[in-house]
Ligand binder design. Structure first.
Ligand code: SF4
Length: 249
């Protein structure tokens, strides 16, 4: 056992509310982490800046967000290229194109092609984007992306009842498939605690993500957001969070 593993084992052993078998899984996944990435953690002091292409508007109003998170983004609905250039001049290295969704479940990146081309021509900014669920034709228009950020939901009920979309896990999977076909790097996002179906849904989401060779996996832990229909929902069980992270590793 390496020094890092010994320290990790010691820390893990002090955890309360976590079963012995989960602690074993944590240590196993820590060992795997060291194998893959050595004993190094990267911190990004200059995170990508989120920009909303739709101001504070969204045609979906999902039950866990209800447009809340758009309030923290810079409104670039009218002046995307100018804002991006200003951010670059201030030292920002990357931007996340985001925003509210259309009724069909995709972020309307496609109306901003002219501005996006201008950003690519005039700045070295890295560009990621929340894309939502997309078609094959839309994927073909996303070659400007350094990374596509896609929510991967592992059950149809959550897609219907919480996101309010007449879509299924097949549409989630097709989105990843189309991006893969276009060789666009993907960073699937899995939200632990969003689904009423619990761990089963999240583990299924992991299975879906695994098939499409993601460059990064983002595991988000659901937090109840005030003034949303899920504002009173409990946080997910810590054991579920551990299970998803260790299974992913
Ligand atoms: S589509 Fe995005 S911005 Fe709109 S409510 Fe859902 S999570 Fe919030």
């Amino acid at each position: 056992m390496t020094t890092a593993e010994r320290i990790a084992a010691e820390e893990i052993s002090h955890l309360t509310l976590v079963s012995k078998s989960l602690k074993d899984e944590m240590l196993k996944s820590f060992t795997r982490r060291i194998e893959l990435f050595e004993n190094v953690i990267h911190f990004y002091p200059q995170p990508f800046t989120p920009l909303s292409l739709t101001a504070d508007r969204c045609q979906l109003s999902c039950k866990h967000c209800n447009k809340h998170y758009l309030q923290h983004m810079i409104d670039t609905s009218q002046n995307l290229a100018d804002v991006a250039e200003q951010l670059h001049n201030r030292g920002t290295i990357g931007i996340i194109l985001s925003g509210g969704s259309t009724r069909d479940g995709y972020v309307p990146l496609y109306q901003h092609t002219k501005d996006i081309n201008k950003i690519k021509e005039n700045t070295p900014l890295l560009i990621s984007a929340h894309i939502g669920m997309i078609t094959k034709e839309q994927a073909k228009q996303l070659h400007f992306l350094d990374t596509a950020l896609a929510d991967v939901i592992g059950d149809n009920r959550t897609i219907h009842d919480i996101l309010g979309l007449e879509k299924t896990c097949d549409d989630v999977e097709k989105t990843l498939e189309y991006l893969n076909d276009e060789k666009i790097p993907i960073a699937p996002h899995i939200i632990v605690g969003l689904s009423d179906e619990g761990l089963e849904s999240e583990l299924h989401a992991l299975e879906i993500a695994k098939k499409y060779n993601p460059i990064t996996l983002v595991i988000v832990v659901f937090i109840p957001t005030p003034n949303t229909p899920l504002g009173d929902r409990n946080l997910p069980e810590i054991s579920n969070v551990i299970k998803v992270i260790t299974t992913a590793r």
